[in-house]
Design a binder for this molecule. Structure first.
Ligand SMILES: Cc1cc2nc3c(=O)[nH]c(=O)nc-3n(C[C@H](O)[C@H](O)[C@H](O)COP(=O)(O)OP(=O)(O)OC[C@H]3O[C@@H](n4cnc5c(N)ncnc54)[C@H](O)[C@@H]3O)c2cc1C
Ligand code: FES
Length: 315
């Protein structure tokens, strides 16, 4: 059962675990179900919004299942909730399901690997602003670095369902093929551009892979792959184009520069270490330019973001 303690769209809910499946070396897909008030609240969840999850109730895996490099980290207590986006949300009758894609990095994500059917998780959300889709856009370019995938995967679905008139292409980068957070790829990825990642091709969206070591797709940075693609389109309608990006700061800075140089609208989903996730602790500050001046102010990633106009952020 889900409970809402705020009476608002945003609240504290209990989500039931429907499944939790490993894929690749480091990744898991966790399917959650919200019912009652939670189902209604999460039916409105927009791509780029996030939740704060309390993973402290999940057990650690047995010692022999903990990767050596996480043995020390596994002993840390989990005092704080952890922020996660959703890669998909489906609203049904009195039930809303959400798919959370995560990489095992530390004590919280390690504990999350032991969740299975019958477990329940305490979740605060929906939080943050999410991506917006301005009118008159004809082309959306999604730029993903590693674990930046989930919010843009969900945006791909929303664009294809709610804005079928907008053409979409996805650019996905990682250090190596093993770090691409997608299923059905490793041995089937083409060395050439144009390989379709099933998570995008199922929405009719072409995807371009880039890896730093050349183990899949374009050999180099995803931002160089994007630049190459743009340079081959001399007649691009810049006003009708928008770039959406999520990934490491260095990638976001590059994408913002590419958009600025070409006068293309761009929204970036920023990542900061978060404590409260609801605008109280001030731990997630993002330096932003005050519109029309050289002054800057600090905005909060959790409350004012995590999505910002790329022209606003000081990288
Ligand atoms: C808005 C938002 C959405 C996110 N969505 C997802 C998602 O869909 N899937 C997913 O796997 N992860 C996502 N993350 C990152 C996720 O919150 C961290 O991976 C998680 O907190 C790690 O917890 P841990 O205890 O396992 O590891 P920790 O020990 O807490 O962290 C492991 C390492 O990751 C770094 N780290 C932790 N959190 C962040 C962060 N927010 N930004 C940059 N570095 C960080 C730490 O500095 C440390 O080096 C998101 C983060 C934010 C802010
Ligand atoms: S995480 Fe506390 S203010 Fe943003």
């Amino acid at each position: 059962m889900s409970t809402n303690c705020t009476g608002l769209n945003r609240g504290v809910f209990t989500a039931a675990v429907l499944s939790n499946r490993q894929f690749g070396e480091h990744f898991y897909k966790l399917k959650l179900e919200f019912s009652g008030v939670g189902a209604k609240s999460f039916a409105t969840f927009r791509p780029g919004q996030f939740v704060q999850i309390d993973a402290s109730t999940a057990a650690l895996p047995p010692l022999d299942k903990i990767p050596g490099h996480l043995l020390d980290a596994s002993k840390r207590n989990i005092l704080l909730r952890r922020p996660f986006s959703f890669a998909d949300v489906t609203a049904g009758v009195n039930k809303t399901t959400a798919e959370l894609l995560y990489r095992v990095l530390g004590p919280a994500t390690l504990r999350m690997t032991t969740l299975s059917v019958g477990h329940h998780l305490n979740v605060i959300g929906p939080l943050g602003n999410g991506f917006s889709i301005p009118p008159n856009k004809k082309l959306a370019l999604l730029v993903i670095g590693g674990m930046g995938a989930p919010p843009l995967q969900y945006l791909a679905k929303v664009l294809s369902v709610e804005h079928p008139d907008i053409e979409v292409a996805a650019f996905v980068g990682a250090k190596t093929a093993r770090d691409l957070p997608f299923e059905g790829k490793a041995d089937s990825i083409s060395k050439h551009l144009g390989f379709s990642i099933p998570d995008f091709s199922k929405h009719g969206i072409e995807s371009f892979i880039a890896t730093d070591d050349g183990s899949a797709g374009f050999h180099g940075l995803v931002t160089d792959c994007l630049k190459k693609w743009l340079s081959e389109r001399a007649n691009l309608d810049r006003d009708g184009t928008i770039i959406y990006a999520c990934g490491p700061d260095a990638m976001l800075a590059q994408v913002a520069q590419i958009a600025r140089d070409r006068k293309i609208d761009c929204q970036v989903s920023t990542e900061q270490i978060m404590a409260c996730g609801i605008g109280i602790c001030q731990s997630c500050a993002v330096e932003c330019i005050v519109n029309g001046s050289s002054e800057t102010v600090y905005k909060l990633c959790c409350k004012d973001g995590p999505v910002f106009d790329s022209r606003e952020v000081v990288f």
